[in-house]
Design a protein around this ligand. Structure first.
Ligand code: ATP
Ligand code: MG
Length: 552
């Protein structure tokens, strides 16, 4: 991680430092608590980097705990994918992943304990009645007619709930706190609900499930989490978590809230991401256009770039809107350091070198600034492909134009300087071929008496290999898709273009997941799903420059 920016201080560190100094805490235990109801996205990465990062920094530990209290939406597929993603990001939860469902017996005992203390009751109101009686932000709620049931009745009813004697929604266990509290979360919140549903881990053992709010704080407490870091929407839940922990007389972690990440041109709601997958707007959760960790990985974003991004955006409590270009810049910075250079032509124009009649194996460095990364053989012959954009018949400002034109010279990357002596058009007036001569005294050295500034990329026609290339662009073309009447209308119709590239032979050796800089074109990664040995399919990870900045 040597080239990553050093950790910037944030307000969470201040709290931790004070807790360690005052002796309130002796160590730092954090956790990342995803619900396995979807794949992780870049917003989760912020929380992962924060929680695992702090644990590492303070020589502590970070748990990976699945908050699997809602059996209806949770699946093992997500559990697997989440573990893969966290590990790929470079973090270690030290052994076994933990699950809220491992604590279901304990949580149920605690529910009974609260009933016995007179702090919880079984409510038989309908969902509708409960909603009406909850009050509003300005009006207090109304006590349930079942609120004063005896402890014996509550114990018996809860037992019947647990035994499956009631249908879904017929009864609910609530905490007895305060129906007039200005904090809605304290108005006798639900603790346990009836749900006759199969759970991905506990199977059919339970037909009652703890509510997230009755589970989360206790899970942290069981695990000895010293600092429970979560996003701001849980700030109003903190008094509730603390109420449960106090009544249960168990350890109270210090909850600290921070602002969630919002990224332009991106949606992060799991419900929406699931819809994009289910309704085939994208191929899958790991479609390279998705803001998911697995999508970014497949697209070719290095884990180090995501970590660098999370570091760069910092952690605070104010609204956190970040432009997508910040992430793309991190990707470029990382790939620029690590990606091997290769030559590829996406929009070919034929060039014949009139004074070259052999095949020459040139030696081309894998990385111009890092000789240690070695080199590869690059075949040169008398017929080449160059990019169509690198020739202009009449450059508009000839003094600032450094590519090919009539009687102009350029250097072929890693090869000779050539001069265009003639260009041939077809019957439609389109240029179909250039005839050029090479200055054979310019391999690896400058010509005598003149300067040639331009360098263009090329491939030898007889050696060129044709490979499929997917040009990915932003999935949404509106800055805030959530603001559109229907976020689907903000989808970018040009987010995927399938095309082909002519590449130098060594590109075929790409391993799935390997990224090249196709010089002057962009960063391209061999797709991990569709590449076969010797037959890579490339995804454009990112352009060489920010092309969106200009367009706005
Ligand atoms: P939902 O509530 O829509 O299911 P969620 O994004 O809250 O989704 P979780 O699986 O509960 O999903 O999230 C796990 C952790 O990641 C939580 O601690 C949550 O606060 C954090 N997290 C989720 N989205 C972001 C975000 N955009 N920025 C920072 N942290 C996030
Ligand atoms: Mg959540």
């Amino acid at each position: 991680m040597s080239n990553e920016t050093p950790a910037i201080s944030n307000f969470i560190r201040t709290v931790i430092n004070e807790d360690l100094k005052s002796g309130k805490r002796e160590q730092v235990i954090t956790r990342f608590p995803p619900e396995p109801n979807g794949y992780l996205h870049i917003g989760h990465a912020k929380s992962i980097c924060l929680n695992f990062g702090l644990a590492t920094e303070y020589n502590g530990h970070c748990n990976l705990r699945f908050d699997d209290t809602n059996p209806v939406k949770e699946e093992d597929e997500y559990v697997e994918a989440i573990q893969d993603d966290v590990a790929w990001l470079g973090f270690d939860w030290g052994g076994k992943a933990l699950f809220a469902s491992d604590y279901f017996d304990q949580l149920c005992e605690w529910a009974i304990m609260l009933i016995k203390k007179g702090k919880a009751y079984v409510d038989s109101q309908s969902a509708e009645e409960m909603r009406t009686n909850r009050g509003t932000l300005t009006e207090p709620g109304i006590n349930s007619p079942y609120r004063d049931r005896s402890i014996e009745d509550n114990l018996a009813l809860f037992e019947k709930m647990k035994n499956g004697d009631f249908p879904d929604g017929a009864q609910i266990l609530r905490a007895k706190i305060d129906m007039a509290s200005p904090n809605m979360n304290l108005r006798d919140p639900a603790m346990y609900r009836i749900l006759h549903a199969h759970h991905h881990r506990t199977g059919d053992k339970w037909c009652i499930y703890p509510m997230y709010d009755f589970a989360h704080g206790q899970e942290d407490s069981i695990e000895g989490v010293t600092h429970s870091i979560c996003t701001l929407e849980f700030e109003d839940h903190r008094p509730l978590y603390e109420w449960f922990l106090k009544e249960l007389e168990i350890f109270t972690p210090q909850q600290i809230e921070f602002a969630r990440l919002n990224l332009s041109y991106t949606v992060m709601s799991k419900r929406k991401l699931l819809q994009l997958v289910n309704e085939d707007y994208v191929e899958s959760w790991d479609d390279p256009r998705m803001p998911t960790i697995s999508g970014m990985r497949r697209r070719g974003y290095p884990a180090a770039a995501i970590r660098q991004f999370c570091d760069r955006i910092g952690v605070g409590r104010g609204a956190n809107w970040i432009d997508l270009s910040v992430l793309e810049d991190c990707v470029r910075e990382q790939l620029n350091e690590t990606a091997f250079r290769r030559q590829a032509v996406l929009n070919p124009l034929k060039v014949t070198i009139t004074n070259f009649d052999k095949v020459e194996m040139l030696e081309a460095p894998n990385h111009p600034q890092q000789p240690g990364l070695g080199s590869r053989k690059l075949p040169m012959s008398n017929e080449l492909w160059i990019d169509r954009d690198d020739f202009m018949e009449n450059p508009p400002s000839p003094k600032k134009y450094f590519r090919l034109g009539p009687e102009r010279e350029v250097r072929l990357r890693n090869s000779y300087i050539i001069k265009c002596n003639e260009y041939i058009k077809d019957e439609n007036g389109e240029i179909v071929e250039l005839k050029c001569s090479a200055d054979l005294d310019t391999l690896g050295k400058n010509p005598e008496g003149r300067k040639v500034k331009g360098i263009i990329h090329w491939v030898s026609a007889q050696h060129a290999q044709k490979i499929p290339v997917r040009i990915y662009d932003r999935l949404f073309d509106q800055e805030n898709p959530d603001k559109a009447e229907d976020y689907l209308s903000a989808l970018n119709p040009e987010s995927l273009q399938v095309t082909e590239a002519l590449v130098e032979p060594s590109v075929l050796e790409a391993q799935p997941g390997e990224t090249f800089q196709f010089e002057r074109v962009g960063y391209f990664t061999a797709d991990s799903k569709n590449s076969q040995p010797g037959e890579p399919v490339f995804n454009r990870a990112v352009t060489l420059r920010d092309t969106w900045a200009k367009m706005k």
